[in-house]
Write a new protein. Structure first.
Length: 276
């Protein structure tokens, strides 16, 4: 099996290092990951005449100075041009990509890019932002989940899987549950920039491609986008973020086709359809 790995935390992140070790069991691993941190990029791509640096780091590792989705595109148009990989796995993300975080996630954006090209794809995340996170529960259980997804479910064009792990030790995991994307939103999202906020998560601005001493133009103010998650009370018990909070590994099937077919069926019989 030929496996392409990527992420949105950058090629130096611990999560992708751990993922590469896990995936060696299943086949030939190639890593093409962003040079710098690229969280929140969803399926954004590096368009136009943007200069995109690439470096072969050896031993199947590469970085590209581009978004996660662009890293997948780069791989499919260069290293895998005439022979696509059998699967793309994106992660292990430092931080949950459950609920509406999945709409913004660069980790899942990379998986969606693979799905768009007909390649089976999985995004995998751990519910902690700490750069030195304990990935032991992912090491313990992801291999079996990966095997089942690849062997027991047919590859359907446009489908990619979102697998989220709670940040707990393997012995405290209650099990694996298939679920649905939860709903919610972030509130109080913009706050004045505070260097101390990074330390709460064991981070520094430099780890995210920023500066601890930012230089502003005259008249500029500096903010940071953080915010608090507000759960939607209408969420079902099998909403992915609720499963994680309950100690379960959540597995959700996503589709790049965003059409709401139920609403579409209703619209077909309405007077919005007319000839001119």
């Amino acid at each position: 099996m030929r496996i392409l790995l990527t992420n949105d935390d950058g090629y130096k992140a611990k999560g992708i290092q751990v993922l590469a070790e896990i995936m060696k069991e299943f086949g030939e691993v190639t890593v093409i990951a962003p040079k710098h941190h690229q969280s929140g990029m969803s399926m954004a791509v590096s368009l136009g005449f943007k200069q995109i640096a690439h470096k072969d780091l050896g031993n199947g590792w590469h970085y590209v100075d581009a978004t996660p989705a662009s890293c997948v595109k780069f791989g499919l148009n260069t290293l895998f041009l005439n022979n696509y990989p059998d699967v793309v796995v994106s992660g292990i993300n430092h931080g949950s990509n459950a609920s509406t975080a999945s709409c913004y996630s660069g980790t899942l954006g990379a998986a969606a890019e693979a799905a768009l090209n007909g390649i089976p794809a999985i995004g995998v995340s751990l519910d902690t932002l700490h750069p030195d996170a304990d990935f032991s529960c992912v090491k313990e259980y992801f291999g079996e989940i990966f095997r089942k997804l690849m062997e027991e479910w047919p590859s359907k064009h446009g489908i990619y899987y979102n697998v989220n792990f709670p940040d707990i030790l393997p012995e405290h995991i209650k099990g694996v549950r298939t679920g649905v994307q939860g709903m919610g939103r972030w509130v109080r999202e913009f706050k004045e920039w505070d260097l101390n906020h990074y330390a709460k998560y064991g981070l520094t601005p430099e780890m995210l491609g920023q500066s601890s001493n930012p230089v502003l133009e005259e008249g500029e103010d500096l903010y940071m986008m953080v915010g608090d998650f507000e759960d939607d009370p209408r969420n079902a018990a099998n909403a992915d973020h609720r499963l994680i909070a309950g100690g379960y590994i959540s597995v959700v099937a996503h589709n790049i086709d965003c059409t709401d077919y139920e609403v579409l069926d209703a619209m077909r019989s309405s007077d919005i359809n007319k000839d001119f």
